[in-house]
Unconditional design. Structure first.
Length: 394
């Protein structure tokens, strides 16, 4: 009897700790979104939004909370199809609020569900739907939760940790459009039997994304991330895709990985290449210098074959590098080039610059023949009057 009373008392105390909500966030589940890909193709997606009139996109909204606060996520499912949940991937929450359907609860069409938890250790975490998660995560139902330290200093990694000037979030994922067809995504609304009748046998993504963008979208200067000259930048590296990824930083930025899955590493990992497997998150500090651009390469490798199937480039642009919004019809061919020699039809009125992946200047010229044959194979970026093109020398 004494043990039973004590157990009930502990449960009541635990529930009482969550009665005062420090931060509440509305997240809406949608299944009527479309996504325009870099080549103009449009594919159907699911996703999360903050308002009903917001366009559905992937990733979903980034949620920032403070360590130690009691958080409530109100999830409103306006989808017409299968039920959904919000799984708090990597966060230390109790089973009831973890969003795994058979251990927690599901949120049916037009219903509201409430997830309550105390924000744990500072770090980078993921939230995603856990109903038929293989399908719904690929469909686009995922986002990132960032827990900031409780000392009120958002530009520190954790209390007593390292300081930085700014943080940048990079979230890797993929899209296999064969998984985005009506046959796969249009399940009938049936809370008794929410499992889809058709799941594709193979996963062969055609699009490899960083923060929901790829290829020419990433090369667009408007999608570059801004950093400052001589800054300490905390890179939050996330992988919510089904491939492994490698984030490859320029040698000049002295990449130093200090945290993994929301926990400080016992010893910093000093390496330009950070491998992030599905569901993992790493925190890496870099130091910028005075270069105008720093390119981060992301390799996507098939975990069955270990073969690299795509390489994307993210550009970090220093605040001193202005963006010129001139619309230029700038085309470089062949791209990729087997011999490292490229051509363009444009007659340049001033020099363009070409940078290697490590941020080093490779070429400054106004010639229409671009000769990189004396340089090693890899990814280069060509910059001219605000336009940026990724060049692949094989």
């Amino acid at each position: 009897m004494i043990k039973l009373t004590l157990s009930v008392l502990l449960v009541l105390i635990s529930l009482d700790c969550l009665t005062q909500i420090d931060y509440s966030k509305l997240i809406i589940g949608r299944n009527t979104g479309t996504k325009t890909l870099h080549d103009g193709n449009v594919t159907k997606i699911f996703g999360f939004t903050e308002t009903l009139n917001e366009v559905t996109d992937t990733p979903g909204p980034t949620i920032r909370v403070t360590e130690g606060d009691t958080i409530q996520i109100e999830f409103w499912n306006v989808s017409q199809g299968a039920p959904h949940t919000i799984h708090l991937h990597g966060l230390d929450v109790n089973q009831e609020n973890d969003g795994v359907p058979h251990l927690s609860f599901v949120v049916n069409h037009m219903d509201h569900g409430y997830y309550k938890f105390k924000a744990p250790h500072p770090g980078t975490y993921i939230y995603h739907c856990h109903v038929v998660s293989t399908i719904h995560v690929q469909a686009g139902m995922y986002g990132v939760i960032i827990v900031e330290p409780s000392n009120g200093q958002n530009n520190t990694t954790w209390v007593g940790g390292e300081s930085f000037d700014r943080d940048i979030l990079l979230t890797a994922s993929e899209i296999d459009t064969n998984w985005h067809t009506d046959a796969v995504l249009d399940h009938e609304h049936d809370p008794v039997n929410p499992i889809p009748v058709f799941v594709p046998e193979n996963y062969t993504p055609q699009y490899f994304l960083v923060n929901g963008l790829s290829e020419t979208q990433l090369a667009d200067p408007l999608n570059h991330s801004t950093v400052g000259v001589n800054e300490d930048v905390f890179m939050r590296l996330v992988n919510i895709g089904y491939y492994g990824v490698r984030y490859i930083f320029p040698n000049s930025v002295n990449a130093r990985t200090i945290s993994s899955d929301g926990r400080p590493l016992p010893q910093a990992y000093i390496n330009d290449t950070i491998e992030v497997l599905p569901g993992e998150r790493y925190g890496t500090l870099i130091q910028t210098g005075t270069a105008d651009f720093y390119d981060v390469e992301i390799e996507y490798f098939n975990m069955n074959t270990q073969l690299i199937e795509s390489s994307q480039a993210v550009t970090l642009r220093t605040s001193l590098a202005s963006i010129n919004n001139l619309e230029l019809n700038l085309t470089v061919y062949p791209n990729p080039s087997e011999d490292g020699v490229f051509y363009t039809e444009k007659a340049f009125t001033e020099n363009y610059t070409i940078y290697a992946i490590d941020g080093g200047l490779v070429l400054k010229s106004s010639e229409q023949r671009i000769d990189l044959s004396k340089h090693k194979p890899g990814i280069y970026t060509m910059h001219y009057q605000g336009s940026v093109i990724k060049l692949c020398a094989q």
